[in-house]
Write a protein that binds this ligand. Structure first.
Ligand code: 5AD
Ligand code: SF4
Length: 474
């Protein structure tokens, strides 16, 4: 072992990249690397990239330009800095990255992270390495789990990948090409990982996957549904909350809807992207559901759990989108009464069917529609937050707040809640009386248990919210 070396990982995009970056950090810890928050002093810099929208690849190249200066500076000090590009841009661009940015030593796709220590050894011998194969072995069998100390440092809420890739092939989306076919991790491996996290003090788990509710991992007796997995995980001591993201409306199976009724630990908030409110556009997108199919799923979930709140993703300016199509999207925002949503301008992704269409929409139109849909979403989100004032919410305290003596936690709907409370309460689930709503967060006071209203009463929540800077984007 050549002593401690430093690793800096910069993660872009979705929560799965954050999770992958953590697993790479854990794996490299075994090889003697410690994480450093700055690229300047790192021996290994990894850019974990995203390709879902915009000129993601261009952003990576401009970041590589900045890192080149750091690498040159390190070389002047007699230090070797290895640069790796990982993630979906790596998968999509492959060796083109090394052609355009010769400072890159190593390019690895999302299915190859377990090979990082070996690939690094080759790169250190001056070999340029590109690994974007979809290997037969399961990377999760080889990636190291987090140490107890690393888990504690990452906080009381953790993500666990249970499913990766997607077979839906929405015509705008690059995920089926960059993350590959849909694969579910085996039940036993997930239980083991969640037990380990809970044992280290994690209180909330979000199961993540590009199409998480299509989960069908092998377990005792055959393939398990996501609902069955959630029922099993809810039995793990110490866990207070379960969530999952991101779901496809087609895969909201009856047992999963029933789990929202039957499992107290399963939070009453669901990220269920609809993308568009227009049936014509939904068909062009190959979403395989109509507006009314979607609204029916929402109604069934609300039947199962009346205090359920929803968030969504929207794309505006898809090829061929007319003003009428867009009006249908605006209308569904109000019809569902979303607690929050992400909205995006359609961005042509090389290699996807929608990018080839001749009826692309002008950027000026996209910009204007994006502003309108965002205003409508914001209006509903503000109303949702405001409706929490005067009510009591369970809050899971996560970390110190900005003010001395203050903690920040999350409501069941993912809203950050700021409360004066001692740091010893980090990790506790407490009843909080909500006194004020800000733009993206709530403020409240610790409530005495006697002040709590009935759990899950429909009147307790006509609102939802979500705090989009931290909600899960897959
Ligand atoms: N253009 C714009 N938004 C996109 N998304 C996926 N692909 C594109 C694209 N080509 C959005 C979808 C998805 C979210 C993660 O990103 O809304 O749900
Ligand atoms: Fe799959 Fe979601 Fe992309 Fe559709 S938008 S192809 S469901 S990852």
């Amino acid at each position: 072992m050549s002593g401690t070396r430093k690793l800096h990982i910069k993660s872009y995009g979705c929560q799965m990249n954050v999770y992958d970056s953590q697993r790479m950090t854990d794996t490299m810890a075994r090889a003697g690397f410690v994480a450093t928050p700055t690229a300047e002093d790192a021996d290994l810099v990894v850019l974990n990239t995203c390709h879902i929208r915009e000129k993601a690849a261009e952003k990576v190249y401009s970041e590589l330009g900045r890192i080149r200066k750091l690498k040159d500076g390190a070389a002047r000090d007699g230090r070797r800095m290895i640069i790796a590009v990982a993630g979906c841009v790596a998968q999509a661009e492959g060796e083109e990255i090394i052609r355009r940015a010769p400072i890159v030593d190593l390019v690895l796709g999302p299915q190859n992270y377990h090979r990082l220590p070996d690939l690094l050894a080759r790169a250190e011998h001056g070999i340029k390495v590109v690994d974007t194969e979809f290997p037969l072995e399961d990377k999760f069998d080889h990636l190291a789990p987090a140490s107890r100390a690393a888990t504690r440092a990452r906080g009381v809420s953790a993500f666990v990948t249970v499913q990766e890739g997607c077979d839906k092939f929405c015509t705008f989306c690059v995920v089926p090409y960059t993350r590959g076919a849909e694969v579910s991790r085996p039940v036993g491996k997930i239980i083991e990982e969640v037990e380990r996290l809970a044992d280290a003090g994690v209180r909330e788990i979000t199961l993540i996957g590009q199409n998480v509710n299509a989960y069908h991992g092998e377990g005792p007796g055959g393939a398990w549904s996501l609902a069955r997995l959630l029922h099993r995980l809810a039995q793990i001591p110490g866990l207070a909350r379960l969530r999952y993201a991101t779901s496809h409306p087609r895969d909201m199976a009856a047992d999963l809807i029933a789990a929202h009724r039957d499992l107290a630990a399963l939070m009453p908030q669901l990220h269920l992207p609809v993308q568009s409110g227009s049936d014509r556009i939904l068909a062009v997108m190959n979403r395989r559901h109509t507006r009314s199919d979607y609204l029916d799923v929402i109604a069934r979930l609300k039947d199962a759990r009346p205090d359920m709140a929803f968030t969504s993703d929207f794309i505006v300016g898809s090829p061929g989108e007319t003003e009428d199509d867009f009006a249908a999207t605006l209308a569904i925002v109000g019809e569902v009464g979303y607690a929050g949503a992400f909205s995006f301008k359609y961005s042509p992704r090389p290699g996807t069917p929608a990018a080839e269409r001749p009826d692309q929409i002008d950027d000026a139109v996209k910009i204007e529609r994006l502003a309108r849909v965002q205003a409508e979403i914001d209006r509903h989100q503000a109303a949702f937050n405001q409706a929490c004032v005067g009510r009591t919410r369970d809050v899971l305290f996560e970390k110190p707040g900005r003010l001395p003596g203050q903690l920040v936690g999350r409501s069941p709907y993912l809203q950050p809640v700021h409360v004066m409370a001692p740091t010893s309460m980090i990790g506790d689930l407490r009843a909080v009386a909500i006194t004020r709503a800000g733009a993206n967060s709530l403020f409240g006071e610790l409530a005495k248990p006697a002040e709590r209203g009935p759990a899950h009463s429909p009147s307790a929540v006509t609102v939802a919210e979500t705090v989009l800077e931290t909600s899960v984007e897959i």
